[in-house]
Design a protein around this ligand. Structure first.
Ligand code: GLA
Length: 411
Protein backbone atom coordinates (compact mmCIF):
# COMPACT_ATOMS: atom_id res chain seq x y z
CA UNK A 1 0.00 0.00 0.00
CA UNK A 2 1.68 3.23 -1.05
CA UNK A 3 -1.23 5.60 -0.52
CA UNK A 4 -1.10 7.62 -3.70
CA UNK A 5 -3.02 10.86 -3.24
CA UNK A 6 -5.93 11.67 -5.58
CA UNK A 7 -5.43 14.42 -8.11
CA UNK A 8 -7.72 17.07 -9.52
CA UNK A 9 -9.44 16.07 -12.72
CA UNK A 10 -9.03 18.61 -15.39
CA UNK A 11 -8.69 17.40 -18.91
CA UNK A 12 -5.71 18.21 -21.03
CA UNK A 13 -6.02 18.82 -24.75
CA UNK A 14 -3.05 16.81 -25.96
CA UNK A 15 -4.77 13.95 -27.75
CA UNK A 16 -2.64 11.06 -29.02
CA UNK A 17 -3.69 10.38 -32.59
CA UNK A 18 -4.95 6.97 -33.56
CA UNK A 19 -5.06 5.50 -30.08
CA UNK A 20 -5.74 2.75 -29.53
CA UNK A 21 -5.70 0.76 -32.72
CA UNK A 22 -4.45 -2.13 -30.74
CA UNK A 23 -6.84 -4.87 -29.88
CA UNK A 24 -9.39 -4.50 -32.63
CA UNK A 25 -9.80 -8.04 -33.83
CA UNK A 26 -9.11 -9.73 -30.54
CA UNK A 27 -11.80 -12.21 -29.72
CA UNK A 28 -10.83 -15.42 -28.04
CA UNK A 29 -12.36 -17.51 -25.29
CA UNK A 30 -9.00 -17.70 -23.49
CA UNK A 31 -6.87 -14.60 -23.76
CA UNK A 32 -4.67 -15.96 -20.94
CA UNK A 33 -3.62 -18.95 -23.03
CA UNK A 34 -3.26 -16.79 -26.09
CA UNK A 35 -1.03 -14.24 -24.33
CA UNK A 36 1.07 -16.98 -22.76
CA UNK A 37 1.63 -18.84 -25.99
CA UNK A 38 2.46 -15.57 -27.76
CA UNK A 39 4.94 -14.71 -25.03
CA UNK A 40 6.60 -18.10 -25.28
CA UNK A 41 6.88 -17.98 -29.04
CA UNK A 42 8.36 -14.46 -29.03
CA UNK A 43 10.57 -14.57 -25.95
CA UNK A 44 11.37 -18.32 -25.82
CA UNK A 45 10.56 -18.55 -22.11
CA UNK A 46 7.63 -18.78 -19.77
CA UNK A 47 6.25 -15.46 -18.45
CA UNK A 48 6.87 -14.87 -14.75
CA UNK A 49 3.54 -13.17 -14.00
CA UNK A 50 0.07 -12.74 -15.47
CA UNK A 51 -2.71 -10.25 -14.74
CA UNK A 52 -6.10 -9.56 -16.27
CA UNK A 53 -8.68 -6.80 -16.15
CA UNK A 54 -12.30 -6.74 -17.39
CA UNK A 55 -14.22 -4.41 -19.65
CA UNK A 56 -17.23 -2.62 -18.20
CA UNK A 57 -20.80 -1.74 -18.96
CA UNK A 58 -22.49 1.25 -17.41
CA UNK A 59 -26.13 0.71 -16.47
CA UNK A 60 -26.75 4.38 -15.76
CA UNK A 61 -24.86 7.56 -14.91
CA UNK A 62 -23.30 8.82 -18.13
CA UNK A 63 -21.08 11.90 -18.11
CA UNK A 64 -21.74 12.28 -14.43
CA UNK A 65 -18.32 11.09 -13.22
CA UNK A 66 -16.41 14.24 -14.17
CA UNK A 67 -19.33 16.32 -12.89
CA UNK A 68 -19.14 14.91 -9.37
CA UNK A 69 -22.17 12.64 -9.70
CA UNK A 70 -22.87 8.90 -9.30
CA UNK A 71 -22.38 6.09 -11.84
CA UNK A 72 -23.78 2.54 -11.85
CA UNK A 73 -21.44 0.31 -13.88
CA UNK A 74 -20.36 -3.32 -13.61
CA UNK A 75 -17.31 -5.23 -14.78
CA UNK A 76 -18.01 -7.80 -17.52
CA UNK A 77 -16.54 -11.25 -18.12
CA UNK A 78 -14.52 -10.30 -21.19
CA UNK A 79 -10.99 -9.46 -20.14
CA UNK A 80 -7.63 -8.15 -21.30
CA UNK A 81 -4.64 -10.24 -20.21
CA UNK A 82 -1.04 -9.07 -19.79
CA UNK A 83 1.74 -11.60 -19.13
CA UNK A 84 5.28 -10.44 -18.37
CA UNK A 85 8.82 -11.19 -17.28
CA UNK A 86 11.57 -8.91 -16.08
CA UNK A 87 14.13 -7.86 -18.76
CA UNK A 88 16.82 -5.28 -19.47
CA UNK A 89 14.72 -3.65 -22.19
CA UNK A 90 11.06 -2.90 -22.94
CA UNK A 91 9.57 -5.20 -25.58
CA UNK A 92 5.89 -5.97 -26.09
CA UNK A 93 3.73 -8.02 -28.42
CA UNK A 94 -0.04 -8.05 -28.87
CA UNK A 95 -2.19 -10.85 -30.25
CA UNK A 96 -3.67 -8.49 -32.85
CA UNK A 97 -0.67 -8.52 -35.14
CA UNK A 98 2.00 -10.52 -33.31
CA UNK A 99 4.51 -7.74 -33.98
CA UNK A 100 7.27 -7.24 -31.48
CA UNK A 101 7.45 -3.58 -30.46
CA UNK A 102 10.03 -1.81 -28.36
CA UNK A 103 9.17 1.26 -26.32
CA UNK A 104 10.96 3.69 -24.09
CA UNK A 105 9.26 4.84 -20.87
CA UNK A 106 11.70 7.76 -20.79
CA UNK A 107 10.80 8.88 -24.33
CA UNK A 108 7.69 10.26 -25.97
CA UNK A 109 4.61 8.34 -27.16
CA UNK A 110 4.33 6.47 -30.42
CA UNK A 111 0.53 6.56 -30.81
CA UNK A 112 0.66 2.77 -30.63
CA UNK A 113 -0.98 0.47 -28.12
CA UNK A 114 2.32 0.27 -26.24
CA UNK A 115 1.65 3.85 -25.10
CA UNK A 116 -0.62 2.37 -22.42
CA UNK A 117 2.02 0.29 -20.63
CA UNK A 118 4.59 3.02 -21.35
CA UNK A 119 2.38 5.62 -19.66
CA UNK A 120 1.77 3.28 -16.72
CA UNK A 121 5.52 2.84 -16.19
CA UNK A 122 6.06 6.60 -16.29
CA UNK A 123 3.39 7.23 -13.68
CA UNK A 124 4.63 4.43 -11.43
CA UNK A 125 8.19 5.72 -11.64
CA UNK A 126 6.88 9.25 -11.03
CA UNK A 127 5.55 7.95 -7.71
CA UNK A 128 9.06 6.75 -6.86
CA UNK A 129 8.32 3.07 -7.51
CA UNK A 130 11.19 0.98 -8.87
CA UNK A 131 9.90 -0.59 -12.07
CA UNK A 132 12.37 -2.79 -13.95
CA UNK A 133 12.32 -3.34 -17.72
CA UNK A 134 10.02 -6.08 -19.01
CA UNK A 135 8.90 -8.30 -21.85
CA UNK A 136 5.11 -8.19 -22.21
CA UNK A 137 2.49 -10.06 -24.21
CA UNK A 138 -1.13 -8.94 -24.43
CA UNK A 139 -4.32 -10.65 -25.58
CA UNK A 140 -7.94 -9.63 -25.21
CA UNK A 141 -11.48 -10.86 -25.50
CA UNK A 142 -12.81 -7.30 -25.50
CA UNK A 143 -13.73 -5.50 -28.70
CA UNK A 144 -12.03 -2.12 -29.07
CA UNK A 145 -14.04 1.00 -29.74
CA UNK A 146 -17.27 -0.60 -28.53
CA UNK A 147 -17.44 1.71 -25.52
CA UNK A 148 -16.60 -1.17 -23.14
CA UNK A 149 -13.40 0.35 -21.70
CA UNK A 150 -10.80 -1.77 -23.43
CA UNK A 151 -8.19 0.93 -22.80
CA UNK A 152 -8.88 1.10 -19.05
CA UNK A 153 -8.69 -2.72 -18.97
CA UNK A 154 -5.32 -2.68 -20.77
CA UNK A 155 -4.01 0.02 -18.44
CA UNK A 156 -5.13 -1.76 -15.27
CA UNK A 157 -3.88 -5.18 -16.39
CA UNK A 158 -0.51 -3.60 -17.30
CA UNK A 159 -0.19 -1.83 -13.95
CA UNK A 160 -1.09 -5.01 -12.05
CA UNK A 161 1.41 -7.11 -14.05
CA UNK A 162 4.19 -4.54 -13.62
CA UNK A 163 3.50 -4.29 -9.89
CA UNK A 164 3.70 -8.09 -9.61
CA UNK A 165 7.05 -8.09 -11.44
CA UNK A 166 8.38 -5.38 -9.15
CA UNK A 167 7.12 -7.20 -6.05
CA UNK A 168 4.89 -4.25 -5.09
CA UNK A 169 1.69 -4.58 -3.08
CA UNK A 170 -0.58 -1.87 -4.46
CA UNK A 171 -4.10 -1.31 -3.16
CA UNK A 172 -7.05 -1.08 -5.57
CA UNK A 173 -7.26 2.72 -5.11
CA UNK A 174 -3.53 2.91 -5.96
CA UNK A 175 -4.09 0.89 -9.13
CA UNK A 176 -6.99 3.16 -10.10
CA UNK A 177 -4.93 6.27 -9.50
CA UNK A 178 -1.97 5.03 -11.57
CA UNK A 179 -4.14 3.82 -14.46
CA UNK A 180 -6.20 7.01 -14.50
CA UNK A 181 -3.15 9.26 -14.43
CA UNK A 182 -1.51 7.19 -17.15
CA UNK A 183 -4.47 7.74 -19.50
CA UNK A 184 -5.41 11.22 -18.40
CA UNK A 185 -2.12 12.93 -17.60
CA UNK A 186 0.33 11.00 -19.76
CA UNK A 187 -1.80 10.23 -22.81
CA UNK A 188 -4.03 13.29 -22.62
CA UNK A 189 -7.27 11.28 -22.83
CA UNK A 190 -9.81 13.53 -21.12
CA UNK A 191 -11.57 10.74 -19.19
CA UNK A 192 -13.24 10.79 -15.79
CA UNK A 193 -12.58 8.03 -13.25
CA UNK A 194 -15.54 5.70 -13.73
CA UNK A 195 -13.83 3.20 -16.02
CA UNK A 196 -10.65 2.69 -14.02
CA UNK A 197 -12.67 2.48 -10.79
CA UNK A 198 -15.06 -0.24 -11.91
CA UNK A 199 -12.39 -2.15 -13.86
CA UNK A 200 -10.36 -2.31 -10.63
CA UNK A 201 -13.13 -2.78 -8.04
CA UNK A 202 -15.60 -4.95 -10.02
CA UNK A 203 -17.26 -7.71 -8.01
CA UNK A 204 -18.87 -10.84 -9.43
CA UNK A 205 -22.67 -10.65 -9.35
CA UNK A 206 -22.70 -6.95 -8.45
CA UNK A 207 -23.04 -3.57 -10.08
CA UNK A 208 -21.25 -0.73 -8.27
CA UNK A 209 -22.86 2.54 -7.28
CA UNK A 210 -19.83 4.83 -7.31
CA UNK A 211 -20.23 8.32 -5.90
CA UNK A 212 -17.54 10.09 -7.89
CA UNK A 213 -17.37 13.16 -5.64
CA UNK A 214 -16.32 11.09 -2.63
CA UNK A 215 -15.07 7.85 -4.19
CA UNK A 216 -17.56 5.90 -2.07
CA UNK A 217 -18.49 2.53 -3.61
CA UNK A 218 -21.62 0.54 -2.81
CA UNK A 219 -22.31 -2.92 -4.19
CA UNK A 220 -25.73 -3.48 -5.74
CA UNK A 221 -26.52 -7.13 -6.50
CA UNK A 222 -26.96 -7.82 -10.20
CA UNK A 223 -27.55 -11.56 -10.47
CA UNK A 224 -29.03 -11.65 -13.98
CA UNK A 225 -27.65 -10.92 -17.40
CA UNK A 226 -27.74 -7.78 -19.41
CA UNK A 227 -27.61 -7.71 -23.21
CA UNK A 228 -25.01 -5.77 -25.14
CA UNK A 229 -25.53 -4.70 -28.74
CA UNK A 230 -22.43 -3.41 -30.50
CA UNK A 231 -23.56 -0.61 -32.84
CA UNK A 232 -20.43 -1.14 -34.91
CA UNK A 233 -19.80 2.59 -35.02
CA UNK A 234 -16.43 3.01 -33.44
CA UNK A 235 -16.05 5.23 -30.49
CA UNK A 236 -12.71 6.87 -29.73
CA UNK A 237 -12.87 9.07 -26.71
CA UNK A 238 -10.14 11.56 -27.49
CA UNK A 239 -11.36 12.10 -31.05
CA UNK A 240 -15.06 12.45 -30.19
CA UNK A 241 -16.98 15.48 -28.89
CA UNK A 242 -16.17 14.30 -25.37
CA UNK A 243 -13.54 17.03 -24.71
CA UNK A 244 -16.00 19.67 -25.88
CA UNK A 245 -18.74 18.33 -23.59
CA UNK A 246 -16.34 18.46 -20.65
CA UNK A 247 -15.60 22.09 -21.47
CA UNK A 248 -19.31 22.92 -21.77
CA UNK A 249 -20.00 21.36 -18.37
CA UNK A 250 -17.12 23.35 -16.85
CA UNK A 251 -18.46 26.55 -18.43
CA UNK A 252 -21.98 25.85 -17.13
CA UNK A 253 -20.59 25.39 -13.63
CA UNK A 254 -18.86 28.78 -13.80
CA UNK A 255 -22.12 30.48 -14.86
CA UNK A 256 -24.02 28.79 -12.03
CA UNK A 257 -21.40 29.77 -9.46
CA UNK A 258 -21.27 33.35 -10.73
CA UNK A 259 -24.99 33.54 -10.06
CA UNK A 260 -24.22 32.88 -6.42
CA UNK A 261 -25.29 29.23 -6.24
CA UNK A 262 -22.84 27.57 -3.88
CA UNK A 263 -22.08 24.24 -5.58
CA UNK A 264 -18.70 22.67 -6.33
CA UNK A 265 -19.99 20.45 -9.15
CA UNK A 266 -22.96 20.40 -11.53
CA UNK A 267 -24.19 17.18 -9.93
CA UNK A 268 -24.82 19.03 -6.66
CA UNK A 269 -27.64 20.97 -8.31
CA UNK A 270 -31.13 19.63 -7.70
CA UNK A 271 -33.73 18.88 -10.35
CA UNK A 272 -35.89 21.57 -8.69
CA UNK A 273 -33.21 24.20 -9.42
CA UNK A 274 -33.24 23.51 -13.15
CA UNK A 275 -36.08 25.84 -14.12
CA UNK A 276 -34.38 28.75 -12.37
CA UNK A 277 -31.11 27.94 -14.14
CA UNK A 278 -32.47 27.71 -17.65
CA UNK A 279 -32.95 31.48 -17.77
CA UNK A 280 -29.27 32.00 -17.00
CA UNK A 281 -27.59 29.31 -19.00
CA UNK A 282 -27.23 29.96 -22.73
CA UNK A 283 -27.81 27.03 -25.08
CA UNK A 284 -26.36 24.42 -25.24
CA UNK A 285 -25.13 24.79 -21.63
CA UNK A 286 -28.73 24.57 -20.37
CA UNK A 287 -29.24 21.17 -22.01
CA UNK A 288 -25.89 19.81 -20.87
CA UNK A 289 -26.68 20.85 -17.30
CA UNK A 290 -30.17 19.35 -17.49
CA UNK A 291 -28.64 16.04 -18.57
CA UNK A 292 -26.13 15.96 -15.72
CA UNK A 293 -28.67 16.92 -13.06
CA UNK A 294 -31.44 14.57 -14.18
CA UNK A 295 -28.95 11.75 -14.84
CA UNK A 296 -27.65 12.12 -11.30
CA UNK A 297 -31.17 11.68 -9.93
CA UNK A 298 -31.89 8.78 -12.30
CA UNK A 299 -28.72 6.94 -11.35
CA UNK A 300 -29.46 6.99 -7.63
CA UNK A 301 -33.06 5.95 -8.35
CA UNK A 302 -31.77 3.15 -10.61
CA UNK A 303 -29.53 1.78 -7.84
CA UNK A 304 -32.58 1.67 -5.55
CA UNK A 305 -34.69 -0.01 -8.22
CA UNK A 306 -32.02 -2.65 -8.84
CA UNK A 307 -31.56 -3.28 -5.14
CA UNK A 308 -35.35 -3.70 -4.81
CA UNK A 309 -35.49 -6.06 -7.85
CA UNK A 310 -37.74 -3.57 -9.66
CA UNK A 311 -36.46 -4.19 -13.17
CA UNK A 312 -39.42 -2.41 -14.74
CA UNK A 313 -38.46 0.82 -12.95
CA UNK A 314 -34.79 0.29 -13.79
CA UNK A 315 -35.64 -0.22 -17.46
CA UNK A 316 -37.76 2.94 -17.55
CA UNK A 317 -34.91 4.96 -16.03
CA UNK A 318 -32.52 3.55 -18.61
CA UNK A 319 -34.76 4.67 -21.47
CA UNK A 320 -35.13 8.13 -19.91
CA UNK A 321 -31.34 8.20 -19.63
CA UNK A 322 -31.02 7.39 -23.30
CA UNK A 323 -33.46 10.12 -24.28
CA UNK A 324 -31.44 12.56 -22.21
CA UNK A 325 -28.20 11.53 -23.94
CA UNK A 326 -29.91 11.85 -27.31
CA UNK A 327 -31.66 15.18 -26.79
CA UNK A 328 -29.76 17.05 -24.07
CA UNK A 329 -26.22 15.74 -24.11
CA UNK A 330 -26.35 14.98 -27.84
CA UNK A 331 -23.94 12.07 -27.60
CA UNK A 332 -26.10 9.38 -29.21
CA UNK A 333 -26.00 8.00 -32.73
CA UNK A 334 -28.70 7.00 -35.21
CA UNK A 335 -27.71 3.34 -34.77
CA UNK A 336 -28.02 3.49 -30.98
CA UNK A 337 -31.40 5.27 -31.19
CA UNK A 338 -32.62 2.62 -33.57
CA UNK A 339 -31.56 -0.25 -31.32
CA UNK A 340 -33.11 1.31 -28.20
CA UNK A 341 -36.37 1.87 -30.06
CA UNK A 342 -36.40 -1.67 -31.40
CA UNK A 343 -35.64 -3.25 -27.99
CA UNK A 344 -38.58 -1.37 -26.45
CA UNK A 345 -40.90 -2.12 -29.35
CA UNK A 346 -40.09 -5.84 -29.17
CA UNK A 347 -40.79 -6.14 -25.45
CA UNK A 348 -37.53 -5.24 -23.68
CA UNK A 349 -37.64 -3.60 -20.25
CA UNK A 350 -35.08 -0.92 -20.98
CA UNK A 351 -32.14 0.03 -23.17
CA UNK A 352 -29.65 2.82 -23.54
CA UNK A 353 -26.37 3.82 -25.05
CA UNK A 354 -23.59 2.90 -22.63
CA UNK A 355 -20.23 4.63 -22.20
CA UNK A 356 -19.12 7.92 -23.64
CA UNK A 357 -21.27 7.78 -26.77
CA UNK A 358 -20.73 8.90 -30.38
CA UNK A 359 -20.70 5.19 -31.20
CA UNK A 360 -20.10 2.17 -29.01
CA UNK A 361 -22.64 -0.20 -27.50
CA UNK A 362 -26.25 -0.29 -26.31
CA UNK A 363 -27.02 -2.07 -23.06
CA UNK A 364 -30.47 -3.67 -22.71
CA UNK A 365 -32.62 -5.34 -20.05
CA UNK A 366 -34.58 -8.14 -21.66
CA UNK A 367 -36.93 -10.56 -19.85
CA UNK A 368 -35.21 -13.94 -19.85
CA UNK A 369 -38.22 -15.94 -21.02
CA UNK A 370 -38.41 -13.95 -24.28
CA UNK A 371 -34.77 -13.12 -24.80
CA UNK A 372 -34.09 -15.31 -27.84
CA UNK A 373 -37.11 -13.95 -29.69
CA UNK A 374 -36.46 -10.32 -28.71
CA UNK A 375 -32.74 -10.40 -29.51
CA UNK A 376 -33.44 -12.04 -32.90
CA UNK A 377 -36.07 -9.42 -33.73
CA UNK A 378 -33.84 -6.52 -32.69
CA UNK A 379 -31.01 -7.89 -34.83
CA UNK A 380 -33.40 -8.31 -37.77
CA UNK A 381 -34.75 -4.76 -37.32
CA UNK A 382 -31.19 -3.44 -37.33
CA UNK A 383 -30.20 -5.42 -40.38
CA UNK A 384 -33.24 -4.18 -42.28
CA UNK A 385 -32.49 -0.56 -41.38
CA UNK A 386 -28.69 -0.46 -41.44
CA UNK A 387 -27.92 -3.21 -43.92
CA UNK A 388 -25.46 -5.02 -41.67
CA UNK A 389 -25.34 -7.52 -38.83
CA UNK A 390 -25.72 -6.42 -35.22
CA UNK A 391 -23.40 -8.32 -32.85
CA UNK A 392 -25.12 -9.09 -29.53
CA UNK A 393 -24.12 -10.98 -26.42
CA UNK A 394 -25.20 -11.37 -22.81
CA UNK A 395 -22.97 -10.04 -20.04
CA UNK A 396 -22.88 -10.85 -16.34
CA UNK A 397 -21.28 -8.85 -13.56
CA UNK A 398 -17.77 -10.11 -13.06
CA UNK A 399 -14.62 -9.55 -10.98
CA UNK A 400 -12.22 -6.64 -11.35
CA UNK A 401 -8.49 -6.61 -12.04
CA UNK A 402 -6.69 -9.67 -10.70
CA UNK A 403 -3.57 -11.78 -10.76
CA UNK A 404 -3.78 -14.86 -12.97
CA UNK A 405 -1.92 -18.12 -12.61
CA UNK A 406 0.65 -18.44 -15.38
CA UNK A 407 -0.25 -21.40 -17.55
CA UNK A 408 2.44 -23.14 -19.53
CA UNK A 409 1.93 -23.61 -23.24
CA UNK A 410 5.22 -25.44 -23.66
CA UNK A 411 3.93 -28.44 -21.82
C1 GLA B 1 -15.88 7.45 -20.89
C2 GLA B 1 -14.96 8.03 -19.82
C3 GLA B 1 -15.63 7.98 -18.47
C4 GLA B 1 -17.03 8.60 -18.50
C5 GLA B 1 -17.84 8.05 -19.67
C6 GLA B 1 -19.16 8.78 -19.83
O1 GLA B 1 -16.08 6.10 -20.69
O2 GLA B 1 -13.75 7.31 -19.77
O3 GLA B 1 -14.81 8.62 -17.52
O4 GLA B 1 -16.96 9.99 -18.52
O5 GLA B 1 -17.12 8.14 -20.88
O6 GLA B 1 -20.00 8.48 -18.78
Amino acid sequence: MIGIPGSGWYWSVAVPAGLPGLLSSMTTPSPLRQATSLFQSRFASRPAVAASAPGRVNLLGEHTDYNGGPVLPFAIERRVVVVASQADEWLAVSAVDGQLESFDPGGSGSSRWTDFPRAAVRVMRGFGLRIPGAHLAVASALPVGAGLSSSAALSLASVRALALLAGLKLSLPDLVEIAWRAEHDELGVPCGRMDQTVVAHGVRGNALLIECATGQIERVPLPGKVWIFDTGTTHRLAESDYPRRRQECAQALVVVQERGIAVRTLAELSVAQLSQLSGWLPPPLDRRTRHVVTETARTRAAAKALAGHDLTALGRLMVEGHQSLRDDFQSSTIEADLIVESVMLRGGLGARLTGAGWGGAVVALIPEQWESRIVAEVRADFKAAAGRELPAWAARASAGVRREQVVSELG
